[in-house]
Design a protein around this ligand. Structure first.
Ligand code: ZN
Length: 503
């Protein structure tokens, strides 16, 4: 083995270890940490992040990569070492191109903005955050400026989470999606609303958790390499391929949160647990991008977890756990309730169809802000206008309007939202590719067997980790680039049948 490769692995492993330790502190903060520990915990996490950042921008690491370039160029294109050098180089460039005083100023500004947002949102006082958000737009533009040569100013910001996916790909794709969704939503609006009262009963939280714990293990989540805990805002976190933790929440009045929220996070977890163990400790041991990661949470949550086939198997079990609530509710009533479409104001509560409209609205507003075509002062009105036009609902205040999500008040403006809808689109594209390869998969799901589907996803997506760039991974796995056909077919077929529509 190349000696410098060994050195590179050791250096990268150190950075990963520090980040994993910081991640574990964060996990603890959101699950079991006593409240008084907050200030000390913030300092401990900052210390670890600072040391990890120093190691990421160490000129020694740069020299090592320079020395490795000729070796990497001589390797066959599909080699793991070549991918490792390429990704280590990309991460190093990203970390070093942005001057450290900018990093510090922007971090300080983000902390202040977030603090202002936590006060402004409950008070419905957009004027309070407006000057902060104006500065954030400037910072975001400045950030993009450290990566010259882009087509669109948002491209470098999108690259951080969805490498290689550009505005020139997304703008037409999302426009086409909106065009496709509109007639579907209009047709559904003319139909009588689905009754979802069966999901809105009293469901003891402990029993819900016991049920979803069984369910995600049935899907393939490995509890020897993971665990499940409760948090207010669920997420999945990975400290190594051998420790992928899922968090969830549950409401005693609404079954959806624990049920579909846990399947969603299990999708993220199955991806991370499925990465090739040979990649452990390297930058390859991650998902390919935020969009590809989200495609797996959505595939399991929506395409599989909200299907009739899935509940054909699991519903009798759910009825056993909740006989008082569900014994007299037929499967079909439950299935329809789980897929009710209703335009609303809140992104995180949105159904499968309208969710994309929430994202497209945010994405387009971000581009307008970055391009200087929209002033922050005019953002609240622009928000209301888009909601009126695309969803037919208008927020009565800015709290549930422009101040709804923390993304713009916690990070940059640009790059934070597109992954959700890319994930939705890809969920159908990956699923169809799996079914083309293994036509037994739909029948498997009805029998509660998921090994064949999981196996295909592991072989074609999960095991590769971050080895292939997302654009290449999608082509390799599905035989075509990111495109809407599979997703629109899936939506029309499912919701056309649910609501009795004709295309
Ligand atoms: Zn997710």
């Amino acid at each position: 083995m190349n000696e410098n490769m060994q050195l590179l692995r050791e250096r990268l492993q150190e950075i990963r270890d520090l980040n994993a330790a910081a991640g574990l502190l964060y996990w603890d903060q959101t699950t079991y940490m006593p409240p008084a520990a907050s200030p000390a915990r913030a300092r401990q996490m900052a210390t670890l992040r600072r040391i990890s950042h120093q190691k990421s921008v160490d000129p020694e690491l740069g020299r090592l990569l320079d020395e490795l370039d000729p070796y990497a160029e001589g390797l066959p294109p599909g080699s793991d070492d070549a991918a490792l050098v390429r990704l280590a180089r990309r991460d190093y460039e990203r970390a070093t191109r942005v001057p450290s005083d900018f990093v510090a100023r922007f971090a300080q500004h983000r902390a202040e903005t977030f603090e202002a947002w936590t006060r402004a949102r409950p008070a419905d006082d957009f004027a309070l955050v407006q000057p902060y958000l104006e500065k954030t737009v400037q910072y975001s533009r400045e950030m993009a400026g450290f990566f010259p040569g882009y087509e669109h100013i948002a491209d470098p910001l999108i690259d951080f989470s969805d490498y290689g996916i550009k505005v020139s790909i997304l703008r037409p794709l999302f426009a086409e999606l909106r065009q496709g969704l509109r007639p579907l939503l209009q047709a559904i609006a003319k139909k009588p609303p689905i009754d979802d009262a069966c999901l809105r009963q009293t469901y003891p939280v402990e029993q819900q958790l016991a049920f979803v714990r069984e369910l995600v293990q049935h899907l393939g989540y490995d509890m020897q390499r993971g665990r499940i805990d409760l948090v207010p805002h669920p997420y999945t976190t990975m400290f190594s391929i051998y420790d992928v933790r899922l968090t969830t929440r549950a409401s005693a009045e609404l079954l959806n949160e624990a049920l579909f929220g846990t399947i969603h996070e299990a999708g993220h977890s199955l991806y991370d647990q499925g990465i090739d163990p040979a990649f452990e400790g390297t930058p390859l041991a991650r998902g390919a991008s935020s969009g590809v990661h989200e495609s797996q949470s959505r595939l399991w949550e929506n395409v599989v977890g909200r299907s009739r086939a899935f509940w054909t198997f699991f519903y009798p079990r759910l009825q056993q756990v909740f006989p008082d609530q569900l014994a007299n509710v037929p499967l079909e009533t439950f299935y329809r309730a789980a897929n009710k479409v209703q335009p609303g104001l809140i992104r995180v509560n949105a159904d499968e169809l309208t969710y994309n409209m929430h994202i497209i609205i945010r994405f387009e507003l971000e581009l307008d802000l970055l391009e200087g075509r929209l002033a922050v002062a005019d953002l609240p009105e622009a928000w209301r206008e888009r909601y009126r036009r695309d969803l037919g609902v208008v927020p009565p205040d800015d709290r549930d309007g422009v101040m709804q999500d923390m993304h713009w008040y916690y990070g940059s403006v640009g790059g934070g939202f597109q992954g959700y809808t890319i994930g939705n689109i890809l969920s159908a594209q990956f699923f169809n590719a799996a079914v083309r390869a293994e036509d037994e998969i739909p029948a498997d799901i009805e029998r509660g067997e998921f090994g064949r589907l999981l196996g295909w996803l592991q072989e074609n997506v999960y095991r590769h980790g971050r080895k292939f760039d997302p654009v290449e991974l999608v082509e390799r796995a599905t035989g075509r680039p990111l495109q809407l056909d599979d997703y629109m077919d899936y939506l029309w077929k499912k919701y056309g049948e649910l609501y009795g529509l004709e295309k």
